[in-house]
Design a binder for this molecule. Structure first.
Ligand code: CO
Length: 421
């Protein structure tokens, strides 16, 4: 077998992304244990599962029992805060860009209400010509749109602001997911109610026990916001807001109010708890920024990532996800030497607005120390910042909106861990 030559494009073993396309990686004996069969086919046995029929169809499918058991990881529970808490998406095990509904991250402020849609109403009132109340059945008759969008909690990656040691990508960054959301354009429903000239904000309230509320600027409400009823083709799950949720593309997850029951048009923000004492950004001088909605351009290498172990020196495929609240992903660069040199990764998915993009690049690990990083650029030209840049600009009191470059250290035994460079 002839060894093809790998074209190095940046320091410490990064290989031209074109090797993932036409140039190919096979024949290098390093990607996996793929072997060439003997010409006479000998050595190939018909496996047991091919010798008899298996079970028939099922009512609601389940993953293979041989596949890794994918699970959300649950975070803190506080007895003083019943039903509060979060669960995180296992980013290290997923590929592509869509998060299965069972694995979409959760964040609840008073648990999941058990809503019978027959008794649920969505009310639009306040500064409108005609207050309206919609039933679930009413809303199903409206024209709907479907869009693939990411959703990210603004507290995602906040542990890095506080200097987290260790942790896997799920623990550190698992409050981001991506789904196809189907629903009614909010502007359609607001137009039907007739928004008064003096209205500037929409106070959105959920039907959970916390009456979780957020104030949404009218300009965004009339732009791309949905009242979402379906997620990846099936009714929105209870933990995602069944029977309906607000969905504000590209903005911090908390404002996409779940179990949506009221939209009140107002002149000024309502100053709900979750936009005064929480979901504000405290600066170094202890002033806090309010209504910081858009999520920044960001990317992560998801494999290899924290707490994984590389079996030995050789060729690996680095892969990860990138997204931006301002638009699509134009470019992802990867470094294997802690940011001294960079190479362009291959973008493996469509460049969709406000959705996850998958990237990959080959890497020849020589068995020595390495620091793996990714850096995304979005369609608005914004470039993902380093952690130092974020900390310098924002101080060390902030909890939300951390888009910083993630550094994964690889040591000579192949162990991967969160590091700061
Ligand atoms: Co914010």
């Amino acid at each position: 077998m002839t060894e093809k030559k790998l074209e190095q494009v940046a320091g410490n073993g990064l290989i031209n992304r074109r090797h993932l396309l036409g140039m190919g990686l096979t024949g290098m004996g390093a990607v996996a244990g793929s072997r060439v069969l003997a010409a006479d086919g000998s050595g190939f046995e018909i496996p047991q599962w091919s010798r008899q029929p298996g079970p028939g169809p099922s009512a609601y499918g389940a993953p293979s029992s041989h596949a890794i058991a994918l699970q959300r990881s649950s975070g803190f529970t506080n007895p003083l805060y019943p039903g509060g808490g979060a669960s995180r998406t296992p980013l290290q095990h997923l590929q592509g860009t869509i998060t299965p509904n069972s694995l979409h991250f959760e964040r609840h402020h008073a648990g999941i209400p058990d809503i019978d849609p027959a008794g649920h109403r969505l009310v639009i009132n306040g500064l409108v010509r005609q207050p309206l109340a919609f039933s679930y059945e009413d809303l199903l008759k409206y024209p709907m749109q479907s869009h693939v969008y990411f959703l990210e909690c603004s507290g995602n990656s906040g542990a890095l602001l506080r200097g987290a040691q260790g942790g896997d990508v799920q623990t550190l960054h698992g409050l981001v997911s991506c789904a196809e959301w189907t629903g009614i354009q909010l502007s359609t429903l607001l137009d039907e109610a007739g928004v008064s000239d003096e209205a500037r904000w929409v106070a959105a309230v959920g039907a959970d026990a916390a009456s979780m509320g957020r104030s949404l600027p009218l300009e965004k409400a009339m732009d791309d916001v949905l009242v979402a009823l379906f997620q990846n083709g099936e009714p929105v799950r209870p933990e995602q807001g069944y029977p309906m949720r607000l969905f504000c593309p590209g903005w911090e997850g908390n404002i996409s109010v779940k179990w949506l029951t009221q939209l009140k048009l107002t002149r000024a923000p309502a100053q709900f708890r979750d936009e005064t004492s929480k979901y504000t950004d405290t600066l170094g001088d202890r002033r806090s920024l309010q209504f910081t909605f858009p999520m920044d351009v960001k990317s992560l290498i998801t494999s290899p990532s924290g707490e994984m172990s590389l079996p030995g020196a050789g060729l690996y495929k680095l892969t990860g996800i990138a997204w931006s609240g301002a638009g699509s992903i134009a470019r992802v660069e990867v470094s294997a030497d802690g940011g001294r040199s960079w190479a362009d990764a291959l973008l493996e998915s469509e460049a969709r607005d406000k959705a996850l993009t998958r990237f990959s690049i080959p890497w020849q690990w020589d068995g020595g120390n390495a620091v793996l990083q990714s850096r995304a650029t979005d369609s608005a030209g914004s470039v993902q910042p380093t952690r130092d840049t974020v900390l310098t600009a924002r101080g060390t009191l902030a909890n939300y909106h951390n888009p910083c470059i993630q550094s994964w250290g690889v040591n000579s035994t192949g162990e991967v861990s969160n590091v700061y460079v």
